[in-house]
Design a protein around this ligand. Sequence first.
Ligand SMILES: Cc1cc2nc3c(=O)[nH]c(=O)nc-3n(C[C@H](O)[C@H](O)[C@H](O)COP(=O)(O)O)c2cc1C
Length: 300
Amino acid sequence: MIEELRRANMRVNICGLEWKNPVATAAGTFSARESGRYYSPDLLGAVTTKGVSLLPRAGNPTPRIAETCGGMLNAVGLENPGADAYIEDELKYLKARGATVISNVAGRSPDEYVEVVRRLSETDADMLEINVSCPNVSEGGMTLGVDRNAVASLTRRIKAATNKPVIVKLSPNVTDICDIAAAAEDAGADAVSLINTLTGMRIDAKSGKPVLANVFGGLSGPAVKPIALAMVYRVARRVRIPVIGMGGIMTGEDAMEFLLAGATAVAVGTAALLDPCAPPRVAEELRACVASYRDPLERF
Ligand SMILES: Cc1cc2nc3c(=O)[nH]c(=O)nc-3n(C[C@H](O)[C@H](O)[C@H](O)COP(=O)(O)O)c2cc1C
């Protein structure tokens, strides 16, 4: 795999689409206009946009972000302008700048997911990522993604509603992530991405109150990387479709670990909230890691 990447000058083929390198942004941590002030989105393999629902959503009450040791908690709750505004504004803006766009899809119900997918299918979005793993909403999101039958049924309906490649984004908050990945694959998913955030919380020791208004939030950043890596390693051995790995990637070496674990591509999330240029920097550092890598004689 690494040798192949070197020979292809970092280009990867994912679900029939060529990415110029295996690095994408992770949903919810990239904004077309803000990130666009720092780098051109076409430097990356792909950009994944924030979860979009049918109608605008205000998200959860504040505070909805808290720092933790080695990471952060967020309970943003899928704030977004709704599908029509997203299509007219952010998607058009990114496509006009030559980006390969993965539109991340949210919904309160299977019907809502399918309707958003239908609308996106009429646009030039390149791939759709179905977020069945958001821990910060009471309907849809992770409530669907922890149930293999619900994931299979939704994936089947979405595949019937679109010709675009469908990535199912998996939750780590399950007993066996391989089982859910296999259910998505059997139902026709073209790829899986993992991991979304892990449920966590903080309590203010002085007031005794939860720090987040939502009480719980999703943990992301370097603290989750070993968990994400182990999950990617296991899922990549279970399914035949491409795996997009994410969780705590801060450097090219982190990204390289995910590729060695079996991911075809990676996404950079929390790192971009610290340093907006992290995604293109990780892509450049990964190029150097790939160039200097020598395959070990024995595989682990
Ligand atoms: C502020 C924030 C917002 C997020 N919003 C979304 C989202 O809308 N859809 C989604 O599928 N994942 C969302 N995620 C999860 C990330 O895409 C990613 O899966 C997770 O944070 C792990 O990667 P990281 O440790 O590199 O951040 C969000 C994460 C953060 C930190």
